[in-house]
Design a protein. Structure first.
Length: 168
């Protein structure tokens, strides 16, 4: 993987992203295999099957849209190469749309199995993402952008897309 686009670029293009994504996806798949096929525990019956699957499908679609918008439609690569903080577009709604999209997609995937034993995995994935981001990328961004990033952190959620807060 090419991690720097041009000379003088201060942040890696991928950072810890692949490790966070592989961890979340791997944990979700392991949970599905263990609870869905090995232990066959935690399955819900009707009408929960339909409720979980509809909600799961909606979350999976939302996750793909959020990831796609952040990864391929935001121009983030150029901002990284130019050492500029990205705060518009999808980044005005969530600071980490690519990670969020994967997390939301995995949440939806977990719901598709209508298995309550998979719900804690969603929380564990959120913790993995949050702890990894706080201890790596957020420190890098704070060091690089200082007060600009601090203000951005106060107005935009880390992982859950939501309306930006107005800072007084």
């Amino acid at each position: 993987m090419k991690n720097f686009v041009k000379e003088g670029q201060k942040l890696p293009l991928y950072g810890v992203g692949p490790y966070i994504v592989y961890s979340m996806v791997g944990l979700t798949v392991i949970g599905i295999v263990i609870f869905g096929y090995v232990l066959e525990a935690g399955f819900l019956g009707n009408p929960w099957v339909y409720i979980f699957r509809i909600a799961g499908g909606i979350l999976m679609a939302a996750g793909v849209i959020i990831w796609f918008t952040g990864a391929l439609h935001s121009g983030m690569d150029k901002n990284i190469a130019d050492n500029k903080l990205k705060t518009d577009g999808i980044y005005a709604w969530v600071r980490n749309p690519m990670y969020s999209g994967i997390w939301i997609f995995n949440f939806g995937l977990s719901l598709m199995w209508h298995n309550v034993c998979l719900i804690p995995i969603v929380v564990i994935n959120w913790l993995i993402m949050t702890i990894a981001l706080k201890n790596t990328e957020e420190k890098w961004l704070l060091k690089l952008y200082g007060n600009e990033y601090e203000a951005y952190k106060k107005s935009v959620n880390r992982c859950i897309p939501w309306f930006p807060k107005k800072i007084r």
